[in-house]
Design a protein around this ligand. Structure first.
Ligand SMILES: [Zn+2]
Ligand SMILES: [Zn+2]
Ligand SMILES: [Zn+2]
Length: 283
């Protein structure tokens, strides 16, 4: 999160960086032929008799077919064959046909997905944000990256902007939120991204200093919420990807937060995740 002085007196802009994710699910190359059942390549449809690639145990491919195919920026799978043809957005992101079919392209639809995310937060995690407005607006990648500034990454999918007015003498003012999300994300992934961003709103409401919280803690908590919401909706592949991220903020932060939730209980962990500035001792 970045805090900077704004031109307007006593106003504050804080940006909470949204989720990142690695470009591709883990692919394993097998040198033995597949087991007895006849396997068809997910791209060319041909039979697989020798070396092949499997992705998260769901699909198998001939090695050359897999290496030649473009990857979907949303799900990480090849945007070819059963998931083709590839669609290329105006900001040069590649979508497979499955993700493109449920791409969210209008602010109206994005705000409807945000209502689904809010309901999931309430049902799955007992986090209720109903009275705090946080309208969602969709943008293309260059615009989202420009808004994220120094915190930008190639895989950024959303961010939450916090504006505060009327703060004085250590007293906090009224906070207003806006969530920016990438245009064209598939609905099933956008629900998780918005759950993550809405948890940043929750953090900002419960903790006046959330803007300066320890990054692995703040993002680990938001990623925990995202993973729980995704799992509750059957999106285990996407949830596993988030859990496997290698970086110290989103990946390691999530794994540390998961450890904490396991030991302290989820309710307690989420309460800390919203109110504290960093991990308690031992996590
Ligand atoms: Zn975040
Ligand atoms: Zn093939
Ligand atoms: Zn896809």
């Amino acid at each position: 999160m970045r805090t900077r002085a704004s031109a307007a007196a006593a106003a504050l802009l804080a940006l909470a960086l949204g989720c990142t994710a690695p470009p591709a699910p883990a692919a394993a190359t097998h040198t033995d032929p597949p087991p007895s059942r006849a396997f068809a390549c997910g791209i060319c449809g041909g039979e697989i008799t020798g070396k092949y690639v499997s992705v998260e145990d769901e699909l198998v491919y001939h090695v050359p077919c897999y290496e030649k195919a473009r990857r979907c920026d949303a799900c990480g799978l090849p945007a070819a064959g059963s998931r083709g043809p590839a669609y290329v957005s105006p900001d040069h992101r590649v979508s497979c046909s499955v993700c493109q079919k449920e791409a969210v392209l209008s602010d109206d639809e994005a705000n409807e997905v945000a209502r689904v995310a809010r309901a999931a937060l309430a049902d799955v995690l007992k986090i209720d944000l109903r009275s705090v407005p946080a309208p969602v607006a969709l943008v293309l990648k260059p615009e989202l990256q420009a808004k994220a500034g120094a915190l930008s990454s190639n895989w950024i999918k959303g961010l939450t902007e916090v504006e505060e007015e009327g703060a004085a003498d250590g007293r906090r003012g009224a906070r207003h939120y806006r969530i920016w999300a990438l245009s064209g994300l598939p609905r099933r992934i956008l629900v998780g991204v918005l759950a993550h961003e809405l948890f940043h709103v929750f953090q900002s409401e419960l903790n006046a200093e959330a803007g300066t919280a320890d990054l692995p803690f703040r993002e680990g908590a938001a990623n925990y919420v995202e993973v729980r919401v995704l799992r509750s909706r059957g999106e285990t592949l996407r949830a596993r990807l988030l859990e496997k991220q290698g970086d110290a903020v989103y990946g390691e932060g999530l794994r540390r937060f998961e450890r904490m939730a396991k030991e302290l209980g989820e309710r307690r962990a989420l309460e800390l995740g919203a109110k504290m500035q960093g991990f308690p001792e031992g996590y």
